[in-house]
Ligand binder design. Structure first.
Ligand SMILES: [Zn+2]
Ligand SMILES: [Zn+2]
Ligand SMILES: [Zn+2]
Length: 389
């Protein structure tokens, strides 16, 4: 009986705002014949169990996601070793019921969702860092700021072939993956709760991947991540001073110096950045100035697929398939707020950053934000450029 009452109470409490909650707390307890201390303990436990939350570091204004539900994630090395085999892989065709229901898919005509017939498939992450349901609910706790862990966390399964890496796919297959990125980005930009949508890829155990079947991920956050804000602010200051986009200037400089370029086609350049943080760090940048990835048309996405395939294949060939992360840095959702990223059309330029996991980030890096890179970007670029694919 008590359990039924608690469920009713919990449902009730989530429909009320804070003021009503306080006012009606005693009334509801009385109605369901419950002891208030039990309710507080139980609802607090339920809250902790089901919601991740965002907490803000009050010194450097960095938000952190506390996602204790992810503790359930199979994360030890044994599980990762096992997942390299096809058996039990939730991303292989025929195992669609092992993932939450699909959000989007590139499918053959006349095939049903959540069954075979797809070529690219998007599903919610089974162990999400942030959850799509609910309201934002910003809250001050003493001197601290917190927010419900609202967001989206999706997985983009890039191929039906368990053994293929992204760079092994054909350009047209990769194009379907990037068209899917564009679809998800445009769709989630319509949700007014989200400020930023990051698409990224963890490839290999050292890069944080727990399944070997090729996939990317997407996380939509209700705040602009600090690293993105720093980048956009830096680009804005540069523009304010020079009236030119810093990324367009970097492209002109790289094309003039020709010492860090790895690959180039009509629309994209990939190169090792001048101040690379890690050995073999690579940026892939469109030649056409645009702040938003989702503004790229099919031709541009095709050229992007060629550039990514060539770059990742060179990396795999030169360094014996290293584990890597890549991130897609694109403009944030622009909701009408005074002074909120109003100048991005002029001063921001979307791009991809690829970070092979060849060295560990150690004490000095953690303590200072400096990076010690043991490989000159010019040497890394020359090595990659010479690697034939
Ligand atoms: Zn698989
Ligand atoms: Zn630009
Ligand atoms: Zn960036």
């Amino acid at each position: 009986m008590h359990i039924v009452c608690l469920i009713k109470y919990t449902l009730h409490i989530f429909q009320l705002d804070n003021h009503d909650t306080t006012k009606s707390f005693g009334v509801v307890c009385e109605k369901y014949g419950l002891d208030t201390a039990t309710i507080v303990r139980t609802t607090a436990a339920r809250w902790r169990k089901t919601m991740s939350e965002l907490r803000k570091d009050p010194i450097i204004n960095r938000w952190v996601i506390i996602a204790d539900e992810r503790m359930k994630r199979p994360h030890d090395f044994t599980a990762i070793e096992e997942s390299a085999s096809k058996d039990g892989c939730p991303f292989c065709p025929g195992a669609e019921e092992k993932t939450p229901p699909e959000i989007w898919a590139v499918r053959k005509k006349d095939t049903e969702p959540n069954g075979p017939g797809w070529t690219v498939r998007v599903v919610p992450n089974k162990f999400p860092a942030l959850r799509i349901e609910g309201e934002l609910d910003r809250l001050g706790v003493g001197m601290y700021d917190r927010m419900n862990g609202i967001g989206a966390h999706e997985v983009i399964i890039e191929t039906t072939d368990h053994s293929k890496m992204l760079e092994d796919l054909t350009v047209d297959q990769i194009l379907d993956v990037y068209k899917t990125y564009k679809q998800r980005l445009s769709d989630l930009k319509g949700d007014t709760r989200f400020r930023y949508i990051l698409l990224f890829k963890n490839h290999g155990m050292l890069a944080g991947a727990s399944l070997s079947h090729a996939h990317s991920q997407l996380i939509a956050t209700p705040v602009t991540p600090k690293r993105i804000a720093e980048e956009m602010n830096g680009a804005q200051s540069y523009y304010r001073y020079k009236e030119r986009c810093v990324y367009c200037d970097i492209l002109r400089e790289e094309l003039a110096q020709k010492v860090r370029i790895i690959y180039e086609n009509d629309s994209f350049i990939s190169f090792c950045p001048f101040a690379s943080r890690f050995p073999f760090e690579i940026w892939v940048v469109p030649k056409r100035h645009d702040p938003d990835f989702d503004s790229a048309d099919d031709n541009e996405l095709h050229a992007f697929s060629e550039a990514m395939k060539a770059t990742l294949a060179k990396l795999a060939g030169a360094l014996k398939k290293p584990h890597y992360n890549y991130v897609l840095h694109t403009g944030p959702a622009r909701w009408k707020r005074y002074g909120y990223w109003q100048t991005l059309d002029l001063d921001y330029h979307w791009h991809v950053e690829i970070m092979p996991r060849l060295v560990n980030v150690a004490g000095f890096e953690w303590g200072t934000g400096f990076y010690i890179n043991p490989t000159k970007p010019e040497d890394a670029a020359a090595f990659l450029q010479e690697t034939s694919v």
